[in-house]
Design a protein around this ligand. Structure first.
Ligand code: ARG
Ligand code: ZN
Length: 844
């Protein structure tokens, strides 16, 4: 059944308060609920409906009298008085049987919950929609050392604990955790002097891996006070790490639950990338306390209201903690690699979708990351000061509300006097605008003429022009900046902007700082790109010039062309040797587009990509770089050495990034000598994995990979990396066989999402391996998705998106991918999750 935004109706009944008692048992947990309902004055409907899924009802009463429940779609109804009343129920659920990991389930003997978006209905009968908010009191009973829930601890004794969350919240923010856990503790004093007890709860033995997450939490709390004026609002803030988790983490009020991969870190076991991600996700979940919890979403169509804003805030935080330029480039790269890909395929949808079958399928890069870009554009258009005024107004006006995108835009209109009706199209139109540019030069006046056009997406054949903030700077031919960055506000389909009083025809730097998530279509000679790589003052465009040159070289190489443009190699060499540039930035210059990026670029220009040709072209370019830039690469490699104790902060991490990108290229020409030595040197996980990955990518390193496995086989998070690496870096011709043998490995615990994803995403990321012409890669993925679907539909559905590119390839591959999609879809027991995804991929 399709749910539509247009059908939104306010709830008939509101909840005054909730009291829950849990009598925990793996097979038969009893949940007792006392819920006080009152009629919603804003609704004329008095139908009483409660969501529920898989609940065994033991008893149900209304004002103490047995209620007669009637089954309704997705829940129950019953007759109720026309006035406030109290609902009491007792239900039974089986957490140990819950493999979908939604609702209350068990992970390694630990009880935990995941209720967003619609998991609470698997716990008890309830109006499980975000616009029903209530304070919760929770009593947990169980013979376990730790019993946690939301809010402040009230009282506890042997085998029980009571929690009180005074803040009204929707059911999706409910959480309960119980088990044999230990806490790493700290304290935080808020700006106004509130003392907060901080706890990170982990399995015994993991206490030594929480320090970094704890520091990140305190830094987030401070940053949100300083930058957004937001203080924490309870006496405790708890974080729990669990191994089985469908997503990354969850912002439950006062009790965040995390995938352990995003909490636990030690220098021996975690990479720089892991540290950076932990810092960002800890911040993200913490920031949700205001953008998500205090102000929540009216309905799930408004998901970007909390996610786009919270991603934007965590991006700002990372920029402040690390390098602003590097962070911006990384975010732009994510958008282009993954969000543009979503927009170009059958799964394209607006930042605020208008219909869904299963909401889990809309926790997407479009809602999250494009949602954040839209906020970034808004901020760029109104300016930092007005953005701050608007946010203050937002918190003021909507604290305690379940709000909408209309509410969000209204605060900007009220704070700035701007009309945002056209801007709002960013929320309703799917697809990536294509921005093309013409230039004119006459009498000292330089004119840029822009044309915007957004290709059709499923259900949206025609698009109207959007508001595009285009940041532009102009350089003169000497390389000096003659016009510093200016934000042009484009609102028409075609629009020109003139710059007067110039003494020479300038070189434009367009879309600085990636000021809008659009594809800039402009034929630029390689000499001009090399000029920007050398002289642009904008780090994003400097990097982008290098990317464009690299992309062109790789596309040509995939078509069998000879030598890459000398401009690129020379420019890259000069930038690499410029030790005045941040090593992390230089590392990004060496980050070549991946095979799939090239496949997308080829498809964009109307070619049918050949995965094998792309792969071998890339290998050839890598060898050419290794040979021609060997002095600069060697120097970078040595400059990237970080002797002494491991330090995960941005400086040394950037050095290692430079070292390891140089290593990856150099390995193409040295038979793996350096990489082998780096693995043997065993300095830290970042360098070891980089060495191993470089070795595997040239078809070597088998012995090193085996030794790595033996050493780390008891470290579940490291073993995940091993699965991903071995499948991801296998030579394309044997990648499927490698994946098959990994699936037979005794440690392939396929019901654990991290392990499943490591192998499946590993193979799918091995572009030429996955797209093997005989379809063996497709069959492997499809078989496993079909197997997982009845066990964990949400992870199965998400994994299936690797098939969304099927129309990009040749007829043979198209046919095989389509057949794989049909195999997933045409089953009697296909889940709502996977069914919706496969259908959209086939139809879109
Ligand atoms: N709200 C969580 C976060 O962004 C993610 C929840 C994922 N839930 C889901 N149904 N996919 O931090
Ligand atoms: Zn979030």
């Amino acid at each position: 059944r399709t749910i539509r935004l247009a059908d939104y109706a306010p709830p008939a009944w509101l909840v005054a308060d909730v009291a829950l008692t849990f009598r925990l048992d793996p097979q038969a947990t009893r949940v007792l609920s006392t819920i006080r309902f009152r009629p919603n004055p804003d609704s004329t409907d008095r139908t009483f409906f409660l969501h529920g899924e898989g609940l065994k009802t033991i008893s149900a009463t209304i004002d103490g009298r047995p209620a007669t429940l009637r089954e309704a779609e997705g829940g129950i109804t019953c007759d109720v008085p026309d006035a406030p009343f109290t609902w009491e129920a007792e239900v039974e659920i089986a957490p140990a049987e819950n493999t979908a990991l939604e609702g209350l389930y068990m992970s390694n003997g630990i009880y935990c919950t995941q209720c967003e978006a619609e998991g609470f209905r698997r716990i008890t009968w309830y109006p499980d929609r975000p616009d029903v908010m209530a304070p919760f009191r929770v009593r947990v009973e169980g013979d376990l050392p730790v019993l946690l829930s939301n809010g402040n601890p009230e009282a506890s004794g042997p085998g029980w604990a009571e929690w009180d969350d005074p803040w009204r919240k929707p059911a999706y923010l409910f959480a309960l955790v119980a088990g044999d856990l230990v806490a790493v503790r700290d304290r935080f004093t808020t700006l106004s002097g509130r003392e907060v007890d901080l706890g990170i709860w982990v399995r015994p033995g993991d206490q030594g891996r929480c320090a970094f997450a704890m520091e990140a939490l305190k830094a987030s709390m401070r940053w949100d006070e300083e930058v957004y004026g937001r203080e924490y609002d309870l006496g405790v803030f708890n974080i729990v790490a669990v191994d089985d988790f469908n997503a990354g983490a969850m912002e439950n009020k006062g009790l965040n639950v995390f995938n352990s991969a995003l909490v636990l870190a030690s220098p021996e076991t975690a990479t720089d990338g892991t540290y950076e991600r932990i810092e960002a996700v800890i911040a993200h979940e913490y920031f949700h306390n205001w953008t998500g919890n205090r102000i929540t979403c009216r309905d799930w169509f408004q998901l970007c209201l909390k996610e786009g804003l919270t991603v934007f805030r965590d991006q700002q935080f990372t920029s402040a903690m690390r390098s602003e330029a590097v962070k911006r480039i990384e975010d732009a790269q994510t958008i282009r690699r993954h969000q543009f890909k979503e927009d170009q395929g059958p799964l394209a949808h607006p930042v605020r979708p208008e219909s869904f079958v299963e909401i889990n399928n809309f926790y997407t890069i479009t809602v999250y990351e494009k949602g954040a870009e839209v906020i970034g554009m808004l901020r760029r258009l109104v300016g930092a000061a007005a953005y701050k005024r608007a946010l203050d107004l937002y918190f003021d006006r909507h604290d305690g509300d379940a709000a909408t995108i209309e509410d969000w835009l209204q605060v900007f209109e009220d704070a700035t006097g701007r009309d945002l009706s056209q801007f709002k199209r960013w929320y309703s139109q799917a697809g990536t605008p294509r921005l093309s540019v013409e230039e004119a030069w006459e009498d000292g006046t330089y004119t840029l003429i822009f044309t915007q056009e957004t290709p059709p997406t499923p259900g949206q054949p025609d698009k109207a022009p959007q508001v595009l903030p285009i940041a532009v700077g102009l350089l003169n031919p000497n390389g000096d900046e003659v016009v510093p960055t200016k934000v042009l506000e484009m609102t028409e389909a075609r629009q020109s902007f003139a710059f007067e009083g110039l003494s020479a025809r300038p070189i434009p730097s367009i879309l600085r700082d990636f000021s809008a998530p659009v594809v800039l279509q402009r034929e630029v000679p390689s000499a001009e790109r090399a000029f920007l790589l050398a002289h642009d003052t904008d780090p994003f465009n400097r990097w982008d010039a290098a990317q464009a040159l690299a992309r062109a070289a790789l596309m040509d190489a995939a078509g069998g062309a000879g030598d890459p443009a000398p401009d690129w190699i020379e420019g890259l060499g000069r930038a690499l040797a410029d030790t005045g540039l941040d090593p992390a930035f230089r590392a990004l210059l060496l980050d070549l587009p991946g095979d799939e990026d090239i496949a997308i670029a080829l498809a964009e220009r109307g070619d049918v990509p050949d995965p094998d040709a792309i792969h071998s072209g890339r290998a050839r370019i890598r060898r050419i770089l290794a040979e021609r830039l060997s002095p600069q690469l060697e120097a970078a490699y040595h400059e990237g050495a970080t002797p002494g104790p491991y330090d995960p902060s941005a400086g040394p991490a950037g050095q290692r990034a430079l070292r390891n990108r140089a290593l990856w290229i150099l390995t193409a020409a040295d038979g793996g000598a350096r990489a082998r030595a780096q693995v043997a040197a065993d300095e830290n996980m970042t360098n070891v994995l980089a060495g191993l990955s470089a070795l595997l990518s040239i078809g070597a390193g088998e012995a090193e990979a085996a030794a790595f496995h033996d050493r780390w086989k008891d470290e579940r998070l490291v073993l995940d990396s091993w699965f991903a690496l071995v499948a991801g870096q296998a030579p394309p011709e044997s990648a499927v066989e490698t994946a098959r043998s990994l699936a037979d490995h005794p440690a392939f615990a396929w019901k654990t999402p991290n392990r499943f994803r490591a192998l499946m995403r590993g193979l799918a990321g091995n572009h030429a391996g996955f797209h093997r012409a005989d379809g063996a890669g497709y069959d492997f993925l499809a078989d496993w998705i079909v197997r997982l679907d009845p066990v964990n539909p949400s992870v199965a559905a998400r994994t299936s998106t690797v098939f969304s590119s099927w129309k990009r390839y040749d007829a043979g591959r198209q046919e095989r991918m389509r057949a794989a999609l049909h195999r997933m879809l045409d089953r009697d027991d296909v889940s709502r999750d996977l069914g919706e995804m496969a259908q959209r991929m086939l139809e879109g």
